[in-house]
Design a protein around this ligand. Structure first.
Ligand code: SF4
Length: 378
């Protein structure tokens, strides 16, 4: 099993946030997705398609083709992502209205690539086949695997670019990771910085004769590029590889604001976040709340139920005691409630991101409605 184990930057980030989060993500539990991830994947893939486009048969001077071709490729990828989104067990509502954001993300990526070959502010319908071919020539790898020689560390880089001097000699390789989210304010986020250095350092270790290698985050939204910091990460990456070797026993949980308080998709299977919130006296924090409830009354045909919030008692048993709520289910969340009630009408239910107004809570397409089934520590 050890031989097959490979650490990617995203699994490393999960592990650093909370080892139990990483462990739970490997247990085959129902996956979750969101609109930002789907939009990002569609934009990435469409830019990669543009870079792989075969332009051999087109006249070198022709213009006006790029906006149309870009939109066609993005539409194909958008449709593909939409199907994958709906096939993912836990997903909110698909927001078709974010198409224009995706289009802008793709345009941002094109602007960054044009800037890479020294062209700025050129309208996309003025880009000739010859100019785009120049962009393509300066991209060494599109969506390529970068794996350490021992196979333990690896992942996929969006782009590996060649930096050349005026005389045509190669001065550097640049790993560019396209980012469709908000650009940093000040510094790269530590997890993004770590991811970029991970790829850079594997490339350098695998290619001792390579020119200088740098890694950059390319933010399509505001067309900015950010260089990763200098320190090497491979030593830490191998320690993380060791610590993440698959095990049957659940890994350590590190509940807290930066772990449970951020995004963790696995709360319904983790016994620790509720304990942490309860012990910290923070069950009622925030407008959007996670909770474990038990439905105690559901008027026939109604989508509003009376529920008892579940908390741990002094012996560590889960039970009533967190207070009575009136919870209204809307849209697709009603079906999820019905399915759970059919399975076990009195069972504990995990509600993720419920909109709380005092004791009146609202559950919508954005919420998790899952059977509360924590995997015990041992
Ligand atoms: S809920 Fe908190 S403690 Fe549990 S896995 Fe997620 S981040 Fe870790």
């Amino acid at each position: 099993m050890e031989g097959e184990h490979r650490l990617s930057p995203s699994s490393w980030n999960r592990f650093e946030t909370c080892p139990r989060m990483h462990w739970l993500s490997r247990q085959g539990l129902p996956r979750k997705t969101g609109m930002a991830a789907a939009l990002g994947t569609a934009v990435h893939a469409s830019i990669e398609d543009l870079l792989n486009l075969d332009l051999a048969d087109r006249p070198r001077a022709s213009m006006g083709w790029l906006p149309e071709e870009g939109e066609r490729l993005l539409r194909d990828r958008w449709t593909e992502e939409k199907a994958a989104f709906h096939a993912t067990p836990r997903h909110p509502r698909w927001k078709e209205e974010r198409w224009s954001e995706a289009l802008d993300g793709q345009r941002g990526g094109i602007d960054l690539l044009l800037r890479w070959v020294g062209v700025q502010g050129l309208a996309h319908d003025r880009v000739t086949v010859a100019l785009w071919s120049r962009v393509q020539e300066r991209v060494l790898v599109v969506e390529g695997e970068v794996i350490s020689r021992d196979g333990r560390l690896g992942g996929r880089v969006d782009l590996l670019l060649e930096e050349v001097a005026d005389d045509g000699t190669t001065t550097a390789w640049v790993v560019a990771d396209l980012k469709t989210g908000r650009a940093p304010e000040g510094d790269l986020k530590p997890e993004v910085d770590r991811q970029l250095r991970f790829y850079r350092d594997i490339l350098m270790a695998n290619n001792p004769d390579a020119p200088a290698v740098r890694a950059e985050g390319w933010y399509t939204m505001d067309r900015t590029t950010w260089v990763a910091s200098k320190d090497g990460v491979l030593e830490d990456a191998y320690l993380a590889w060791e610590a993440t070797i698959p095990s049957e026993a659940p890994a350590e949980a590190t509940p807290g604001e930066s772990s449970c308080g951020g995004f963790c998709d696995w709360k319904a299977w983790c016994p620790h976040w509720l304990r942490w919130r309860q012990d910290e006296g923070r069950l009622d924090d925030g407008e959007f709340r996670d909770a474990v409830v038990r439905v105690v009354a559901r008027p026939k045909g109604s989508s509003t139920v009376q529920a008892e919030r579940q908390v741990f008692d002094a012996e560590g048993r889960l039970g009533d005691g967190g207070g009575r709520l009136s919870v209204t289910f809307t849209g697709s969340s009603i079906d999820r409630l019905d399915a759970l009630m059919e399975q076990d009408a009195a069972g504990p239910i995990f509600l993720g991101s419920a909109l709380a107004r005092g004791t009146d809570w609202r559950i919508g397409h954005w919420c998790d409605v899952l059977a509360w089934s924590p995997i015990p520590d041992a």
